[in-house]
Design a binder for this molecule. Structure first.
Ligand SMILES: NC(=O)c1ccc[n+]([C@@H]2O[C@H](COP(=O)([O-])OP(=O)(O)OC[C@H]3O[C@@H](n4cnc5c(N)ncnc54)[C@H](O)[C@@H]3O)[C@@H](O)[C@H]2O)c1
Length: 243
């Protein structure tokens, strides 16, 4: 088990990529705090981990509210005694500027800040993993995409800045940049057959990603296998940005 006795917080872990990461980390021996705005899906993921023999807690958390992110980090330390891994995954894809900035950018900032401040003084270091996107590296020009693209570029910048600031104290900070991945977030696109085919055709590997494939990358970044990696964007996109 690659995360035996490690403690992880995963935000937005009730659905899609966050859920896959929480389940993968638990299978690898981590104790997981499921920090999620939606109570029923968050509780369901924590219950699923416990019924399959793992350790997990649910904590309701709106990442747009700094005090709730701080409370989630504290809850993990109180429940499990330490914090080793913070996954700032919660995000939305919607056209409203203020809402998207509050969740996708401020939420990631609060997560980095409170996790790094908790991890650094212990001397054990830690791993912070932010969910950016391929749209944190390139634009797409779609109507309504400005806030999403801006926030995801911002997540890459925050990742680099926290990485540099905390490198000497053993806290590694990286981000994952997935391409189009089959989750409820993009269901409105993938349900329309013509759009699905277009997205698949734009992807050199000819298909969309699966949440479990992103979770494997998160496992790599969370574990000591990535011990010399910090400040890096890790692209998981079937070749989408390689075109
Ligand atoms: N699906 C994709 O194609 C794709 C591609 C690139 C990046 N991403 C990124 O991956 C991350 C996860 O996306 P997903 O596809 O799994 O989406 P999803 O919609 O399936 O899941 C997002 C989860 O975040 C939760 N959430 C929303 N607002 C929240 C808040 N304020 N506080 C706490 N939790 C909140 C939701 O309740 C939900 O459970 C996001 O940051 C997203 O931008 C997704």
């Amino acid at each position: 088990m690659r995360l035996k006795d490690k403690v992880a917080v995963v935000t937005g872990a009730g659905s899609g990529i966050g859920r896959a990461i929480a389940l993968e980390f638990a299978r690898e021996g981590a104790k997981v705090l499921v920090a999620e705005l939606d109570e029923s899906s968050g509780r369901a993921v924590a219950d699923e981990i416990v019924t399959t023999g793992g350790e997990a807690r649910f904590q309701r958390c709106d990442v747009a509210r700094e005090e709730e992110v701080r409370a989630a980090v504290q809850a993990a330390v109180e429940a499990f005694g330490r914090l080793d891994i913070m996954v700032n995954n919660a995000g939305v894809a919607q056209p409203d500027w203020d809402t998207t900035l509050a969740i996708n950018l401020s939420g990631v900032y609060y997560g980095c800040k409170h996790a790094a401040e908790t991890m650094a003084p212990t001397g054990r270091g830690g791993s912070i993993i932010n969910l950016a996107s391929v749209l944190g590296l390139v634009g797409i020009g779609m109507e309504g995409s400005d806030p999403y693209v801006a926030t995801k570029h911002g997540v890459v910048g925050l990742t680099r800045n926290f990485a540099v600031a905390y490198a000497q104290r053993g806290v590694r900070v990286n981000c994952i940049n997935p391409g189009f991945t089959e989750t409820p977030m993009i269901r409105m696109l993938t349900e329309v057959e013509a759009i699905r085919q277009q997205l698949e055709a734009q992807t050199p590997m000819g298909r969309l990603g699966r949440p479990e494939e992103v979770a494997k990358a998160a496992l790599f970044l969370a574990s000591d296998d990535s011990s010399f990696m910090t400040g890096a964007p890790l692209v998981i996109d079937g070749g989408w940005t390689a075109r």
